[in-house]
Design a protein around this ligand. Structure first.
Ligand SMILES: Nc1ncnc2c1ncn2[C@@H]1O[C@H](COP(=O)(O)OP(=O)(O)OP(=O)(O)O)[C@@H](O)[C@H]1O
Ligand SMILES: [Mg+2]
Length: 596
């Protein structure tokens, strides 16, 4: 089954949607249980502390009754002192139990969350490039931070609250019945409508909060799109600034209204609660007067105390459904990510390849590839032979499929038909780690990490020495540039390397690739126009890396093309013609027209 996260934006755990109910139904409870099996013992202790503290807390009303009915009328100071001490002790014991319980449940929650977070991260890291192109930016990040972050609250709040509320409700009800069954009956009549009313008001509030959160999320997207480096570039160059501001203003305006309604609903909720908290005991006092027989004042006070303590856990239990559905939906979303099939995966029975001894003979045999969701093949029936140590230049119009072809050689995608081989071994039979050691890629758009230049280069080979890094930079014609930076190799590249020009970034990427010393090199020349000086530097860098390797260059510059052993002209995903520069010029075809 193909999971498409794009259609499922992250939901706030406060509202339950139909989609979430669906997800919750699908999730396997056993699988959730398995996550917690390593923590069976601490979990048992958590449950024990919850039960213990609810039972201990029940002693309070009985102590209160003894104070009112026995100690005070009899003026028995010793008994009174004991009872008072008992009340303090009950509070202290429940407090300590609460601390222990919070400590344990937070620890369990954090550990489960840590495991899921690392599992999801590692699994997503194995996903193919196609997965990331079709998944909305931010979606993946949101899953890792929000959904898995929500885990902690599932364990520490939802699970413990359910257990605590349940024990409190049962224990309190038992104690109430023990004190007076008649008053318990009255409570049974009065409580349900009170609870119902409170829930209605709370429900309204929740609906508003949910809308508010959606609106806030929209606002965040606008901020992200409007105030990031790339977003600002886009809006400035497209003159979309006013539209972005307008959208932001409208979103912000809707938030005013929502916040107002949310505050009012909150106020209403508080008001209805306080009326109920006064009304229910009042009805019970009234009932006590109607109950025939003797009812001590102590019993009545103890009873109303218990009753007041019943309200919150009862409400909590009634809301359990919502929390459970959203918790299950949370797990479902996380599991969905963990279950995503890995499209480009390590082979089950890899062919043994020694990256150090690979010669680097690259062949594409009748390769066809269509991007998922697209109905035109980006590469169709391409056959290319690049003997070890030679250079192939790919030329062609924009969108003709050159980058896609290069991606196939690096196994960023798997062909739908045909095969790509290196030294006769199908890439799909090679370990991904071996392939990465054999094929190096300098892509069209260079991605630099937000760290120092040195660390960016070392990312390619963590054990590279400073001297090796500088040698690579020299060969890539970028050493002088780096040396001239304020802090040299320790200069932090700006967000995504925006402080470097396209040509500079690409030379940094070449240096990075040189450190890996791959047998097969795929170079996707930056399309941005370079001044002659830079172009010459990039050309020298390309020549330096190409020496002694099989090189496939996507060339936009004639100088690169001419130097190649062979040239292939790509057109609409097909190889229109190929040969040496002289052959092609003599042939008088498309290349001849381009080169003229
Ligand atoms: N992730 C993707 N999903 C769907 N279609 C894609 C994707 N990437 C590229 N394409 C399409 O595949 C075709 C080939 O794209 P490719 O990037 O290989 O072109 P190119 O020759 O490298 O162009 P340029 O010279 O502009 O870099 C284009 O029509 C493009 O729209
Ligand atoms: Mg391209």
């Amino acid at each position: 089954m193909e999971a498409d996260p794009q259609t499922r934006p992250g939901k706030s755990p406060r509202s339950v949607t139909a989609a979430e109910k669906e997800q919750a139904r699908a999730v396997s409870l056993r699988r959730i249980g398995r996550l917690f099996t390593p923590y069976a013992r601490p979990l048992t202790i958590v449950v024990a502390t919850i039960v213990a503290s609810s039972v201990v807390a029940l002693a309070s009303p009985f102590l209160l009754r003894a104070v009112i009915d026995d100690a005070l009328p009899a003026q028995d100071v010793v008994l009174l002192a004991w009872l008072a001490a008992g009340m303090v002790a009950v509070a202290a014991v429940t407090a300590v139990l609460g601390v222990v319980q919070t400590w344990l449940s937070t620890r369990i929650g954090q550990q489960v969350m840590h495991r899921l977070r690392t599992d999801v991260f590692a699994h997503l890291q194995r996903q193919s490039l196609a997965f990331f192109t079709r998944t909305r930016t931010g979606e993946v990040q949101s899953r890792i931070t929000n959904d898995i972050g929500g885990m902690q609250s599932v364990v520490t709040s939802t699970a413990t609250a359910v257990a605590a509320n349940l024990t409190t409700v049962i224990a309190t009800a038992a104690a109430m019945a023990a004190l007076s069954w008649q008053l318990s009956l009255i409570t049974l009549v009065v409580m349900p409508p009170a609870v119902w009313a409170t829930r209605r008001v709370a429900g309204m509030r929740r609906a508003i909060t949910a809308r508010q959160q959606r609106e806030l999320a929209d606002l965040n997207v606008t901020v992200e799109e409007g105030l990031s480096v790339s977003g600002i570039q886009l809006s400035k160059t497209l003159g979309a600034g006013p539209a972005v501001v307008e959208r932001f203003t409208a979103s912000s305006e809707r938030l005013i209204d929502l916040e107002l309604r949310s505050q009012l609903a909150g106020r209403w909720r508080m008001a209805s609660m306080s009326v109920l908290f006064a009304a229910v005991p009042a009805v019970i006092y009234l009932g006590a007067g109607l109950v025939p027989g003797t009812m001590t004042i102590g019993t009545l006070v103890a009873f109303t105390t218990l009753q007041a303590g019943l309200f919150r856990p009862l409400m909590g239990l009634l809301n359990v459904g919502v929390s459970i559905v959203s918790s299950l939906a949370l797990f479902a979303r996380i599991f969905e990510y963990l279950d995503l099939p890995v499209e480009v995966d390590d082979p089950e029975h890899p062919v043994e390849v020694d990256p150090a001894r690979v010669r680097g003979h690259v062949r594409l045999e009748d390769v066809t590839f269509t991007y998922p969701g697209s109905d035109v093949a980006a590469v169709a029936g391409v056959t290319l032979d690049v003997p070890a140590g030679t250079t192939l230049a790919l030329v062609g119009e924009t969108g003709s499929g050159k980058t896609t072809l290069a991606g196939l050689v690096a196994r960023l995608h798997d062909p739908d038909a045909g095969r790509v081989t290196i030294d006769g071994v199908d890439l799909r039979d090679m370990r991904l780690a071996d392939l990465a050691a054999v094929v190096g890629v300098v892509s069209q758009e260079t991605y630099l990490l937000h760290t120092t230049v040195r660390e960016n280069l070392r990312y390619a080979r963590p054990d590279a020495t400073d001297a090796e890094i500088e040698d690579a930079a020299r060969a890539a014609q970028v050493h002088d540039l780096i040396a001239a930076l304020p802090e040299g190799y320790d200069t932090v590249v700006g967000s995504r390397g925006h402080r470097f020009s396209g040509g500079e970034k690409q030379r940094l990427a070449i240096a990075r690739t040189l450190l890996r010393d791959p047998r097969v090199l795929v170079l996707d020349e930056a399309t941005s126009a370079l001044d002659t000086e830079t172009e010459r530097a990039v050309q020298r860098a390309f020549d330096a890396v190409a020496a002694g390797r099989t090189t496939i260059t996507i060339a936009h510059r004639l100088s690169t093309v001419r130097a190649a052993d062979r040239i292939a002209v790509v057109d609409h995903g097909r190889v229109a013609e190929s040969g040496t520069h002289d052959d092609l010029v003599a042939g008088g075809g498309r290349y001849a027209a381009l080169a003229a």
